[in-house]
Design a protein. Structure first.
Length: 218
């Protein structure tokens, strides 16, 4: 693979050194001496890597390689584009729908009995909030349910995109003024989706998923 498009000697060094997540990264002075690059230039590149979530810098620990978190890399760009109006939440939502619809068969086939029990618990927690006194909107459960359905997929890009969607969903406040009936309808669909998953009727679950997308306000 050609890595010159990274345009970062620091990131190229991490790749060439094959530093695994959790590994200590040499100091900038050590890297600069090895590569013949100024510490000032490396410091700028280090800050970019920190913003991408690829490394962390802690007192008495130094620079440490972090696991890939694709959401950290794309979420600032997504939020910025929505803030400037260069993109819309509807466009990002369309991408999320495509991901969940296409990858549904692979995702649900990987769910374990423990996962299915967890999904049922999320449903119960959501209904408890909706029927409690006072009533509460189960926003956290909404996010948990969808992310858990796709949690077994071994794809960091999918995970990052879906996590970014839910961060953006919360920031958009799209359902801030949604009626109580809206939430009842949404969770009625969620319960039927989980029932279909637990019964092994994955095609039915996918169809319900697609139908429930249309409940989202515009």
């Amino acid at each position: 693979m050609q890595l010159n498009k990274l345009d970062s000697q620091f990131l190229n060094y991490l790749i060439d050194a094959q530093l695994a997540p959790g590994a200590r990264v040499p100091t900038l002075q050590e890297i600069g001496g090895e590569l013949g690059i100024s510490v000032g230039k490396l410091r700028e590149q280090l800050e970019v890597a920190r913003n991408l979530g690829l490394v962390s810098v802690r007192p008495r620990v130094g620079i440490q390689r972090e696991p890939l978190d694709f959401a950290k890399a794309i979420l600032p760009s997504v939020l910025f584009s929505l803030g400037t109006g260069e993109a819309t939440f509807a466009q990002f939502s369309q991408l999320r729908r495509a991901i969940e619809t296409v990858l549904w068969p692979d995702a649900v086939a990987l769910l374990t009995d423990e996962d299915k029990a967890r999904l049922r618990q999320i449903i119960n927690d959501a209904w408890a909030k909706l029927h409690g006194e006072p009533k509460h909107v189960p926003n956290g459960e909404h996010r948990q349910l969808h992310l858990h359905i796709f949690s077994r997929l071994d794809n960091p890009f999918v995970k990052g995109l879906l996590e970014s969607y839910w961060e953006t969903y919360e920031a958009s406040e799209l359902t801030r003024f949604a009626s109580y009936q809206y939430w009842l309808d949404v969770w009625a669909y969620h319960e039927k989706i989980v029932d279909a998953i637990c019964e092994g009727d994955f095609d039915k679950g996918r169809q319900l998923l697609i139908e429930h997308f249309d409940l989202l306000p515009t």
